[in-house]
Design a protein around this ligand. Structure first.
Ligand code: ATP
Length: 715
């Protein structure tokens, strides 16, 4: 969008490819890199809205809702009010009032927002010729195409229903003109019998219609959700650091909106449209004047309804964020109940919830007002239309230009023709919801995937890696969680971890220890630098392939609501009970499991809520050691264990993982004094390195930390 503002035509694929396939989520660095690649220079600015209006050339990119980026392409003023025109990749274009704009742009409580401004740096690059871009994928239409057989079948059934309705009209006309007025009893009985059969057939076809939809829609719905969940698992993990769980839950709900559109609204649209044409064709020969009148009414009604579409889109946009916020709040409220009760936070939390409800209420009120105005205008048009028809039709009957039967038929046709027109409102609503839902779902499919092991054959296999250099080496690593708003956690960072040895990483809180572990596991992608495993550059190894040789226990590891055995072997294709028992012995959790009635088959309820913190951690350790990984990473993995149990777990590890590479991050230094190498971190850099004895002799930061802990113990 920025490039096309400067008159350049650059396909999205070119930008995506050039930015690097393995990066996680879009960050400011990606934007800068993409801009440079196409010949633009960037300036990152922290600015308030007045200066944004006056100083910054549009279009610019804004850091939005503290989690993604949008393009601000225009600022307009109408009746003294300022409007901000935004292009949001997850919604499309949207026009916001200043208050709504600031709510999303200013990070909580601040009086400024972040923006990236652009200017031309290299015209040659900007205007170079690119191959034509393929058309963007439209998720909603893809779904409609997938659903085409059902849509065809259901439309056909609806069509039959329509024909039966038409048959009913004609026979009603005959009933009056031929049966009642000519007093033909046999004909009346025949017509009533036909009406009975036609009505029953209509009921049957409606049931059949619902049945077909339910059957195929369910299948497709499950398949699509499965595909979506699978897709989440291959998105670069950084995405999950940047998005709320409730946002993903809302995206699940988006599938429902698409399903409703596909199964209910779209077939109804085709049917209603066909019926509209069908009845119009019938009306035309009966009375041309009435036909054109009806056409005018249809255009007026459709025009009236389309006026509201932009506003409905905006309401959908605002409602989504409020819903995400509400759901997040409720999760936290339930999960954090203990803290809330303990620290008398109930009133504060409830007030905060009420504030959010008020926001939702305001949006609902706006939606209600909009719908009411739309419906009022539309219904007034409908009533006017009906009155005119009735008056014109009745006059024609008095002038013998229409029979009474024809008059009732026309009245029926007018009624039938207004159904598709009324349906337009439902269609517009559902289409807007489904279209935006489709964009939101597509935004997940558009996220970069982690490269799968089988995606590139040319990549070396890890088993053939030459580890002669004996090190896992971090070279010139820079990493920031968000370069636009945060200082880098690591900058020009170098580190060597000896393969086959135990390395401990200790240091100040927030110094980047867990970040290093996540980078090593390829859960975070670095902004700059390389990591080598022996002589193998890890950026050339598929992350899932690499993770197969790693095991890790994190502070926030997850136990699932499932049996103990299923929690230890997440990969159900290779369950080995003997190995599970062995892993539990290493983790010192076997004796506890043996006390449980169903042993390893015991179900852990609600994500392991029935375990103590120490048992929880030991189960996570058992999971990590189950596959005897080549590289084992413990991030505060034993912090909840008592000193004696921790000691036993560590001894087991030294024994069973003697030849393996082990990285231990711990605050409790007694856990790591036997490590082959200890790294002391400070402000994202290695401050000291050596064995315990060497570091103690240095009398630096490690010495201080250790002395402090010893004195604490003594106290
Ligand atoms: N998901 C995240 N998003 C943004 N910033 C983060 C995120 N995770 C960590 N950080 C920041 O990165 C820095 C390093 O965090 P990290 O967790 O690596 O430190 P640590 O040394 O492991 O700390 P601790 O010993 O307290 O666990 C911190 O300043 C932290 O605020």
């Amino acid at each position: 969008m920025i490039a096309s503002y400067y008159g350049a035509n650059i396909p999205l694929e070119f930008i995506r490819k050039s930015c690097g396939e393995q990066r996680g989520g879009v960050t400011f660095l990606h934007i800068r890199k993409a801009a440079n690649l196409i010949g633009l220079e960037t300036a990152e600015i922290q600015i308030d809205v007045e200066n944004l209006r006056e100083v910054v050339d549009l279009p610019c990119i804004l850091h939005w809702s503290a989690r993604h980026y949008v393009v601000l392409y225009r600022i307009s003023v109408s009746r003294g009010k300022t409007f901000y025109h935004i292009a949001d990749p997850a919604y499309g274009k949207i026009k916001l009032k200043e208050q709504d704009f600031l709510e999303k742009w200013y990070p909580g409580g601040q009086e400024f927002g972040y923006a990236v401004a652009f200017d031309i740096a290299d015209e040659e690059k900007l205007y170079q010729k690119h191959q034509k871009s393929s058309r963007g994928e439209n998720y909603l239409w893809q779904q409609i195409l997938q659903f085409k057989n059902t849509i065809i079948a259901t439309t056909f059934i609806l069509f039959i229903t329509g024909l039966l309705s038409y048959g009913t009209v004609r026979t009603n006309q005959w009933l009056i003109d031929l049966g009642i007025l000519k007093k033909d009893h046999m004909l009346i009985i025949g017509i009533v019998a036909f009406l009975f059969i036609a009505s029953i057939s209509k009921v049957i076809s409606e049931v059949l219609h619902q049945f077909i939809i339910q059957k195929s829609a369910n299948k497709l719905f499950i398949a699509n959700l499965r595909k979506f969940l699978k897709r989440l698992t291959i998105i670069t993990p950084r995405f999950f650091e940047q998005h709320k769980i409730s946002e993903l839950v809302q995206k699940m709900d988006d599938h429902n909106k698409i399903e409703e559109f596909n199964t209910q609204v779209f077939p109804q649209l085709i049917f209603n449209f066909s019926m509209y044409i069908f009845y119009s064709i019938i009306l035309f020969p009966i009375n041309t004047y009435l036909f054109f009148w009806m056409l005018l009414y249809s255009f007026l009604s459709a025009g009236w309804m389309s006026i509201f579409n932009e506003k409905k889109k905006l309401i959908n946009y605002q409602r989504y964020d409020v819903d995400v916020d509400q759901t997040s709040f409720l999760y936290e409220f339930i999960i954090g109940m203990q803290e809330i009760k303990l620290y008398q936070g109930v009133e504060n939390r409830l007030n905060s919830w009420e504030g959010k409800q008020q926001k939702e209420y305001a949006i609902n009120l706006r939606a209600f007002r909009l719908n009411s105005i739309e419906s009022l205008g539309f219904k007034t048009l409908g009533i006017l239309n009906l009155c005119c028809f009735t008056a014109i039709g009745a006059m024609m009957v008095t002038r013998n230009e229409l029979s009474l039967g024809q008059f009732f038929s026309i009245a029926f046709i007018v009624g039938q023709l207004s159904v598709p027109i009324e349906f337009l409102s439902t269609f517009f609503n559902s289409y807007i919801n489904a279209h935006i839902s489709g964009k939101r779902i597509n935004s997940i499919y558009a996220k970069e995937k982690e490269t799968a092991a089988n995606d590139y054959n040319q990549i070396q296999k890890l088993n053939t890696v030459d580890t002669q250099s004996h090190y896992i080496s971090f070279r010139n690593i820079s990493f920031s969680y968000d370069a636009l708003t945060m200082a880098p956690v690591l900058q020009h960072f170098d580190l060597d971890l000896k393969i086959g040895e135990v390395t401990a990483i200790v240091g100040e809180s927030g110094s980047g220890k867990s970040t290093i572990a996540k980078i090593l596991l390829r859960l975070l992608a670095v902004d700059q630098g390389e990591i080598f495993y022996g002589s193998q550059d890890l950026s050339e190894v598929a992350p899932d392939h690499w993770r197969k040789i790693c095991g890790a226990v994190f502070q926030d590891g997850m136990i699932f609501s499932d049996s103990i055995i299923n929690n230890i072997c997440l990969d159900q294709s290779s369950v080995d009970l003997e190995r599970v028992k062995w892993a539990c012995e290493v983790a010192e959790i076997n004796s506890y499991i043996n006390t449980l009635g169903s042993g390893y088959r015991t179900n852990l309820s609600q994500s392991g809520i029935n375990l103590s913190k120490g048992q929880y951690q030991r189960l996570l350790i058992a999971r990590a050691v189950y596959n005897t990984p080549e590289i084992l990473i413990f991030d505060e993995a034993t912090s909840a264990l008592d000193a004696k149990t921790e000691c036993r777990v560590m001894e087991n590890l030294w024994k069973h993982f003697e030849e393996k590479t082990v990285v231990i991050i711990a605050h409790r230094l007694s856990t790591i004094i036997n490590a082959d190498q200890i790294i002391f971190m400070k402000n994202g850099q290695v401050a000291e390195m050596g064995t315990h004895r060497q570091l103690m002799q240095m009398r630096g930061g490690y010495f201080d930390l250790f002395s402090y802990q010893v004195s604490e113990v003594t106290c």
